[in-house]
Ligand binder design. Structure first.
Ligand code: ADP
Ligand code: MG
Length: 747
């Protein structure tokens, strides 16, 4: 079968064991197939020749045709070793300078390596093509290590567009230059192209007007012309995004038909009691989302829903009402938060909402005492506890639900993958409907599930609870489609009325005194202030130092007894953290100095000022999250971004954007454009489910949407992909690359 494609790169002409190891280590390339799937990331137009007089340092790359005038060899301290004299001790030479000229002028070519070889071939009077990146050196222009070709073997003979491949210093040092890489690709392609099998069915190529895979591969490396390159790029990007979406949609399809879900046909009295007692009416978006969730709970299939909503959009309310629906059908629920402080706050809020109901609620965190724990465990197992709020303490094995029907996970990205998957296994044993689900406590007497369609043995023979994941990190649509392609997504895109815009400004260090004055005025009005410091240094110790310095400065500007300043950071014990945080929440402290531990969820309506120190160090979505901590009360709120002198252009762009908009989705889109999706906060821990080779989620959003729609059409026509014409799709989906981690199960 495919012999050449799978053969080791080592046996390719020009590679050998040493370079093979280098390619493996630096680029992960082991086989010829790996090699030909390493595409250029840009192309250089070598069709044109620039006159020397027009060479400027702002030109990216230039190609010159010029004749050698003189060569000079320099020793260690710039001493001239030799100028056209013999014999030459090349070993003593550090640099070769070659002056070349064309009709328009002269310039210098510089070599620090390959001195002997270049000296010997660049003889005065001979003409070459020089190709490279010009730089200004004092008043003169030069090119360091240009590529040198004889005029006839240069530009046109290779095609005008030359690919530039990803490279590293080590690769270059190991002799795998751009030019060598091109040669390797050329050799590999001529061996492999005859073997390359088309991955897309005939009808897809026809429908979408795509070029064949061999044509695309050849032209992505060695474009015949820019039109061919465009066709090749389009084909390869489409293919990648199409298979990605096909894989995700197929999983979703399987689940929506296969995964047996807990039936929750009723709404129940507690829902109504809570709803009717609300001091405000739900926003349109909240109502819509609750309807979507209700539809899921009654569908008979397991819900896997992601709820996106900006900070303060009222997700907690939605979570509570969803829990009450499940409780109305005789199930238990849990709400899991990433930190103890957040769990406490949820617990306090939820209890308020539950007052008009008869539902029992408890809090389980790392600091719950043994005695309380025993009571909670008992109430969970006998079913009397309706809602349990907690941290990852909820995931412990000894937390056994009688009948967990709905699990809500807040701020999903803070949880690790394995932790989240544990929730799946906490559901009841057999779906209700036929009889009752079997309580978890009778697990040892598990009812055999043969014949219960769709329930997989790998799920430990339980029926998974419905899952609602809530995130305040707005994820751009294109990314959501990929990360959560098999999840249903609900969006709360409307803020509760009465939320005032947060006035955001960016200031330099020179306006610190004015800022302190402003803070004093706000405090005099009875308001509170957050001051956040970034984690700057590699070591936690240094970060702490940085924070403590900032704290001392604040304390000396805001001294006792007039002011009280609290400090919270990751190095404190949880009691200490809780103590300080509560002091601020309860209004006993005017200022809270902290690292980003307050980033998520904490609600202090009386806080009206958010000061972010060294704001240029934060990412956009983090800045946005932090800003969301204020503007929650009735007062006008402010966010002050304090930047350091050294603020890069990109950082300044981020800060400017923050001052321009409060729309979390717009910020997320921009963030993705500026930084690329791989770095998006909130996703970097989990990473993208697959690594894309050529398509970009940031840049190819339109194509992604097309690919998703088309993949949906293909599945609609042939849900199991069993039609003979779809055989190539099945074969391709089996490849490791498209084996996407099932995000719905882990989040
Ligand atoms: P999130 O968790 O999405 O950041 P919360 O659920 O904490 O937001 O809600 C933020 C604040 O808005 C809370 O004080 C909550 O009581 C209030 N709130 C929620 N829904 C509404 C609504 N429909 N109208 C008015 N206030 C609301
Ligand atoms: Mg919240």
């Amino acid at each position: 079968m495919a012999k050449e494609l799978d053969s080791s790169i080592q046996y390719l002409a020009g590679v050998g064991p040493k370079r093979a190891e280098l390619l493996r280590r630096e680029l992960g390339i082991e086989t010829l197939s790996d090699l030909i799937h390493l595409y250029p990331f840009r192309y250089i137009d070598r069709s044109g020749i620039t006159p020397i007089a027009q060479v400027a340092p702002d030109l990216a790359f230039v190609q010159l045709q010029a004749t050698v005038v003189t060569r000079t060899l320099y020793g260690p301290a710039g001493s001239i070793v030799s100028q056209e004299t013999n014999p030459i001790h090349f070993g003593a030479c550090k640099r070769l300078s070659v002056i070349v000229e064309d009709a328009s002028g002269r310039m210098e070519m510089v070599f620090f390596k390959g001195i002997k070889w270049n000296f010997q071939r660049l003889v005065p009077g001979a003409t070459f093509l020089f190709f490279g990146k010009p730089q200004a050196f004092g008043t003169r222009m030069n090119i360091v290590h240009p590529e040198v070709d004889a005029p006839q073997e240069g530009a046109m003979s290779q095609g005008a567009l030359m690919g530039v491949y990803p490279s590293t210093e080590k690769l270059k040092a190991g002799g795998i230059t751009g030019k060598v890489m091109c040669k390797l690709q050329s050799a590999a392609l001529s061996l492999c192209l005859p073997e390359v099998e088309e991955t897309l069915p005939e009808y897809v190529l026809r429908d979408r007007g795509l070029v064949s895979l061999p044509y695309a591969l050849k032209n992505i490396h060695f474009p015949k012309d820019s039109y061919a390159l465009q066709k090749a790029t389009y084909r390869l990007k489409f293919e990648e995004l199409f298979f990605l979406q096909l894989s995700l949609l197929k999983q979703k399809y399987v689940r929506s038909r296969g995964e047996r879900g807990l039936q929750m046909p009723k709404v129940g009295p507690d829902f109504h009691a809570c709803y009717n007692a609300l001091p405000y009416s739900l926003t349109g978006a909240q109502q819509r989302v609750i309807k979507e969730i209700r539809a899921d709970l009654t569908s008979g299939h397991q819900m896997n829903r992601l709820l996106q909503g900006d900070v303060g959009s009222g997700k907690t309310m939605v979570a509570v009402l969803s829990c009450l629906m499940a409780i109305g059908n005789g199930f238990q629920t849990c709400i899991m938060a990433p930190t103890e402080v957040l769990a406490q706050q949820h617990y306090a809020n939820i209890q308020k909402y539950l007052k008009p109901t008869s539902v029992q609620c408890a809090l389980l965190t790392g600091s719950t005492t043994q005695k309380e724990r025993r009571a909670i465990h008992a109430a969970l197992e006998d079913g009397s506890l309706g809602i349990i709020v907690g941290t990852h303490a909820l995931l412990e094995d000894n937390v056994v639900f009688r009948n967990l029907g709905l699990a809500v996970i807040d701020e999903q990205h803070r949880f690790g993958v394995e932790q989240r998957s544990k929730l799946w296994s906490k559901g009841p044993l057999v779906p209700p409907g036929s009889g009752a689900w079997a309580p978890r406590a009778q697990r040892s007497a598990a009812i055999p599930l043969e014949g219960v369609q769709g329930v997989k043995a790998s799920l430990d023979q339980n029926v998974p609870p419905h899952i609602l994941v809530m995130t305040a990190t707005p994820i751009p649509r294109t990314l959501a489609m990929t990360l959560y392609g098999d999840l249903d997504v609900s969006v709360i895109d409307e803020m509760p009325p009465g939320r005032k815009p947060v006035q955001t400004m960016c200031i330099g260090q020179n306006r610190r005194a004015a800022m302190y004055k402003f803070m004093r005025e706000e405090i005099a009005r009875g308001r509170q202030v957050f001051v956040v410091f970034p984690l700057i240094f590699e070591s936690e110790k240094m970060d702490l130092q940085n924070l403590e310095q900032g704290y001392e400065e604040i304390v000396s500007a805001f001294p006792l007894p007039d002011y009280k300043v609290a400090i919270v950071h990751g190095q404190q014990s949880s009691e200490e953290k809780n103590f300080n945080m509560s002091a601020f929440v309860a209004g006993r402290a005017n200022i809270l100095v902290s690292t980003t531990v307050i980033e998520v969820g904490v609600d202090v309506p009386n806080a009206s000022v958010m000061v972010i120190e060294s704001a240029q160090r934060f990412g956009l979505s983090q800045l946005h999250q932090l800003r969301g901590r204020v503007g929650r009360g009735a007062e006008k709120s402010y966010c002050i971004l304090v930047k350091d002198v050294k603020t890069s252009k990109e950082a300044q762009q981020r800060l400017d954007l923050m001052c321009q908009t409060e729309d979390g989705f717009e910020i997320a889109e921009q963030d993705m454009k500026m930084r690329g999706p791989g770095d998006l906060e909130g996703t970097q821990q989990s990473g993208l489910p697959i690594s894309l080779n050529i398509a970009s989620l940031a840049k190819d959003g339109q194509l992604l949407t097309e690919a998703r729609i088309y993949a949906g059409q293909v599945l609609d026509a042939d849900p199991t992909l069993s039609a003979p014409q779809n055989a190539p799709l099945v074969r391709e989906l089996r490849k490791e690359k498209y084996e996407i981690r099932d995000f719905s199960r882990i989040s």
